[in-house]
Design a protein around this ligand. Sequence first.
Ligand SMILES: [Zn+2]
Length: 297
Amino acid sequence: MSRALRILLLGWSGLALIFGIFWVQQGPLSSSAKFAAQGGPTASDEGFALTPQIIEHQVQPGETLEQIAARFGVPVAALVSSNATVLDDLRTVEPGTVLKIVTNGVLHAVKRGQTLTDIARTYGVPLTEILWANRLEDRKYIYPGEEFFIPGAATSPFFTYLQMAGGKKSLFAWPVRGVISSEFGPRIHPISGEPDFHQGIDIEVPEGTDVYAACAGRVIVAGRHSGYGLYIVLEHSTGYRTLYGHLSEIGVYRGQFIEGGQRIARSGNTGNSTGPHLHFEILQYGRPLNPLALLPP
Ligand SMILES: [Zn+2]
């Protein structure tokens, strides 16, 4: 090999190393995505390590999530988010559990019926960046249980869901936290003064409070009603539906797949309402149930 060729080769590998470092530090974020879109090197062209760095850690007896997150330099929210399939409690983690430590993003496990567009909407990350980071441009299908890297994400609805469920997984989590100003059941209607059956609970919260999905599901109504005002209905498994009324702003569209703990709206005072609050219903096969009996403490 001639000296000139060897220098040339050295030069190229040096350049590749510099790009490699750039990529690791930047992560597959918008700058890199733009770079690729402009016809820059792609994974197949140059063989750069574009996939996220994932370290596996087996939980030792006595270790907490906070300790593990601190040790690997990732936020607790990101650690929990990347391990939604093996964690169900923010306070304790079973020794022997294998956790995935992911930097500059989180891992998302695909749910049945969820599309990549849904996932992009859920995390607020452009679809192109998710496709690019996971080399999915040529894929026609994705499958439940597959894990994808969400570049730049530091948390997920799963983490919020656990927080709104009081730390531990349960069937439903609170959509907002506040004082219950009207319970489920027979009452005198606050506006008409007539006997009435309250199909849900009223939770007092200031206008504009984030409203989270109480459970994973699909949006079947996102619109306006004379009584409920701006409202959303989600459909869940086993015949359950949840309804969120008197909203000031709707952040989802009909047909969209929603994660439990995903922000779907802001609370308000629209429709037949006497002050800012969230009206929340849980129904099963069309029958209203007492949400307080199904929500965690
Ligand atoms: Zn109500």
